[in-house]
Design a protein around this ligand. Structure first.
Ligand code: BG6
Length: 495
């Protein structure tokens, strides 16, 4: 059976994600031959579009790749539009009819991938109708790709998972966390497991703390309605940040395979300490942006954004400390922070190493004696927008005497390389096509992440406090700095 012969059905086919990410990614796969000629895509949504309108949308969404007219037409000809009300069973009958016709036309052999890129309220309804109306009665493989958010707390996620499990097995479910498709996130494993110099010191004897920052300069854009119910903790920490943390903290897998990596990630997540209410208050802070400026541009405050409650208590920033209670990490804080309308867009990991056991330069007779402590060695992984890594070491300052001076060994991917790197969605779609779930989140990971985040959320909900304000264009409220300062540390990345 050729995996490439496939019928994609995209629920949410007129939406922003489909246009900005899915269609361009499918086009890149098509161009590279990862999708042959034997594939078809059905786009569904409520709007009553014709196939012609749909083809125009497809062609517009790939215009930036500057395909020839012929190439764009050929690609778009694989796309079919079906107006669809997800609650109406008759519409699934129509969808089945079209699916079976396309299966025949493109010799697809019954392989079906369903992409749920729409409101999570409907995920359960859609999958149950796929089964009841016979869309899964084919001989090929069946997979479902599910966009976030997967639930909005542990219980709702568990209910949703139960519903989906009535229809698809865990192996058939591909839960998207698009950060796992990012090149430099995948590189974390290469840095750790392909370099003896790091893995041998990757523990609490040599690492002082690890910092994960996911900064965004954008505000809530048009998503005020969703965001005001979610907030930064659920929007970014439950998924992207805890996924990054598990990749940094997990034990080396015995093999670089889906099963082994998953096992280790789950163990790492399960070792994160569940904080008491008091610990949550001490270790986590939030913020909400107020009006301010980034460069020459003025921005309004969060509460003035569209579809946001004018008295909203929702956090647009969160910073906190996680602790991992196992032999490797005991006592090493993992500081995390993320927020909207910060100084600039950037995702970085800083691994801060401990001081040398004895600072022999402290009382140096050949130079000034002001070097009470040395700068720490820091491994920085630049996830985006620049990609690469750097290592800060101490060298001798040039000149008389003996002063040490931090120097940086740097590697950055060139803009050419970055431009030609497959986009996260392209990689993830190809993985799903190949049946490789490594870079998707397993239910056990989702469940544990929700349990961790629920604990924090519950304390905040109980407290009902207005999050401290921070000016748009800054890196969050003072509380985020104090969180580290009270432990004698500071954020390494200070744009
Ligand atoms: C999404 C969040 O998961 O990630 C958004 O819902 C956020 O609020 C986005 O803007 C950030 O993704 P990226 O790839 O731009 O860093």
């Amino acid at each position: 059976m050729d995996q490439k012969n496939v019928l994609f059905t995209i629920f949410g086919g007129t939406g922003d994600l489909a246009r900005r990410k899915l269609y361009p990614s499918l086009f890149r796969l098509y161009q590279k031959g990862d999708l042959g000629e034997d594939f078809a895509v059905i786009g569904t949504a409520r709007r009553p579009w014709s196939n012609e309108t749909y083809h125009e949308v497809i062609k517009n969404s790939i215009a930036s790749f500057q395909p020839s007219n012929k190439e764009a037409e050929e690609f778009a000809s694989h796309f079919y539009y079906q107006s669809h009300n997800v609650k109406d069973t008759q519409h699934y009958d129509a969808l089945k009819k079209l699916s079976d016709e396309l299966d025949e036309k493109y010799s697809i052999q019954g392989n079906r991938i369903f992409y749920l890129a729409m409101s999570p309220n409907f995920f359960g309804t859609i999958v149950s109708h796929l089964k009841s109306q016979g869309l899964l009665n084919t001989n090929g493989y069946h997979r479902v790709i599910i966009e976030k958010p997967f639930g909005n707390d542990y219980q709702s996620a568990a209910d949703l998972n139960d519903e989906i499990n009535q229809v698809f097995t865990e192996e058939e479910i591909y839960r998207i966390d698009h950060y796992l498709g990012k090149e430099m996130i995948q590189n974390i494993s290469a840095i750790r497991f392909a370099n003896l110099i790091f893995e041998s010191i990757w523990n609490n004897r040599y690492i002082d703390n690890i910092q994960i920052s996911l900064a965004e300069d954008v505000g809530v854009e048009e998503r005020g309605g969703y965001y005001d119910k979610s907030g930064a903790l659920k929007d970014m920490v439950q998924n992207h940040i805890l996924q990054m943390l598990s990749l940094l903290a997990m034990e080396p897998p015995v093999a670089f395979s889906e099963k082994e990596i998953r096992t280790e990630k789950i163990k790492a997540l399960e070792s994160i300490r569940m904080f008491s209410e008091e610990e949550v208050r001490k270790n986590f802070v939030r913020g909400q942006y107020v009006a301010g400026e980034i460069g020459d541009d003025q921005f309004r405050g969060y509460r003035e954004e569209e579809n946001v409650d004018e008295n909203s208590l929702t956090e647009t920033f969160v910073a906190g400390k996680f602790l991992i209670d196992n032999f490797r990490w005991s006592g090493v804080p993992f500081y995390v922070r993320t927020g909207k309308r910060l100084t600039e867009k950037g995702t970085r990991i800083n691994v801060v190493f401990k001081q040398v056991p004895v600072n022999v330069f402290k009382d140096s007779v050949t130079g000034p004696c002001d070097q009470k402590s040395l700068a720490p060695n820091i491994l920085t992984i630049y996830i985006q927008p620049t990609e690469g890594f750097s290592l800060t070491l101490n060298g001798k300052e040039i000149g008389q005497g003996f002063q040490t001076d931090p120097i940086k060994l740097e590697h950055r991917n060139s803009s050419d390389i970055i431009e030609n790197t497959p986009e996260a969605y392209e990689k993830l779609l190809l993985d799903a096509l190949n049946g490789d779930g490594t870079n998707f989140t397993h239910w056990d990971e989702v469940a544990q992440s929700w349990k961790i985040v629920d604990r924090i959320r519950e304390t905040w909900d109980k407290d009902q406090q207005t999050p401290p304000g921070y000016r748009a264009g800054t890196m969050g409220p003072d509380e985020a700095y104090q969180l580290l300062e009270k432990e004698g540390r500071h954020w390494v990345w200070e744009p």
